[in-house]
Design a binder for this molecule. Structure first.
Ligand SMILES: [Zn+2]
Length: 316
């Protein structure tokens, strides 16, 4: 067998990884490479020709060396400057583009997310900087909002309470219910074989629950829930409503079950506990968006996930 080339490590055929940190750093070695990438995606695919708003036509742009920290491109017709970061989350940030890109890389290449504390160590930045970067990426790039297409097809719906376990054994169903109601509720909706939506809701009953379902699920869908009463009124608003009788100890009846969403909740809780320990109510929705985002992009490779996030950053 010929000796392996230690400069070109090979992956196993079974490996799911397609974008190692070495490959990422080779593509974006420095700030100039990151800026050039934004310039090309946002304005000039060939790196040279772009539309000049002042000349109102296509012009040749040049990047002249200046003392500015971040270079701009100049229209050779009229001298108008274009800043590739204008309007993006990177604009006016004192953190370098390379670090922003690296933070985005880490968020897309880890399975369960990464804490700001870890990012602080990894990038050698201040904790506050690390936290602010993650917060912005979550809130502005991973938040799919209600603007994207509602879920459709077969949609499983379930709710779960968020926060610590009781400190002592609760006496009876009544006390258990009171404890549950006092906690934050997360509603999960998932297309079988498709996308997920997670919403923090004000109550696990009435309008907060049904309103969130209505806002996120197409009425042509078949919905699957357990026999929690507040789901009942939804029956007449969707193509069909299949109910699994959890309170009678039944968990699967043919294709009637909510195992996909329950499995998702299980992974979510384990993952969040590992990466973030405690998440305050104020930021819970943005952490949920991050998890949902990764789940919804899971069929792409890591390289494509990273570029999808970068494209979102460039579009804004
Ligand atoms: Zn011009």
């Amino acid at each position: 067998m010929p000796p392996a080339n230690r400069h070109e490590p090979k992956r196993a055929k079974s490996s799911h990884s397609d974008y190692s940190v070495t490959e990422f750093l080779a593509e974006f070695p420095d700030d100039a490479a990151c800026l050039e990438h934004l310039w090309r995606t946002r304005y000039a695919p060939d790196g040279e020709h772009a539309h000049c708003p002042r000349c109102n036509c296509r012009r040749v742009f040049k990047c002249y060396a200046t003392k500015q920290q971040r270079q701009s491109w100049t229209c050779t017709g009229c001298g108008h400057h274009v800043h590739p970061t204008a309007g993006t989350i990177f604009h006016r940030s004192s953190t370098s583009l390379r670090l922003w890109f690296h933070a985005m890389y880490l968020m897309t290449s880890t399975r369960c997310g990464i804490s700001a504390k870890q990012l602080e160590r990894e990038l050698g930045v201040h904790y506050k900087t690390a936290w602010r970067m993650f917060n912005k990426i979550r809130n502005e790039l991973m938040n799919e909002g209600e603007l994207t297409k509602p879920l459709s097809g077969e949609v499983e719906i379930d709710e779960t309470s968020w926060g610590g376990k009781p400190r002592r054994k609760l006496k009876g169903m009544r006390e258990a219910a009171q404890f549950r109601e006092a906690k934050t509720t997360v509603l999960g909706m998932v297309e079988r074989g498709g996308r997920v939506r997670l919403r923090v809701i004000a109550s696990r009953r009435g309008e907060p629950l049904s309103g969130a379902v209505r806002a996120n699920v197409n009425p042509e869908s078949i919905i699957f829930t357990d026999d929690w009463r507040p789901y009942r009124p939804l029956s007449k608003e969707f193509a069909a409503h299949r109910v699994i009788n959890h309170s009678a100890g039944v968990y699967v009846r043919g294709n009637v079950h909510t195992n996909t969403i329950e499995g998702f909740f299980g992974n979510l809780k384990t993952g969040m506990r590992g990466a973030y320990k405690v998440v305050s109510d104020k930021w819970l929705q943005s952490y949920l968006d991050e998890y949902a985002w990764r789940y919804n992009e899971r069929f792409r490779g890591e390289r494509s996930m990273f570029h999808s996030l970068l494209d979102t950053a460039a579009r804004r």
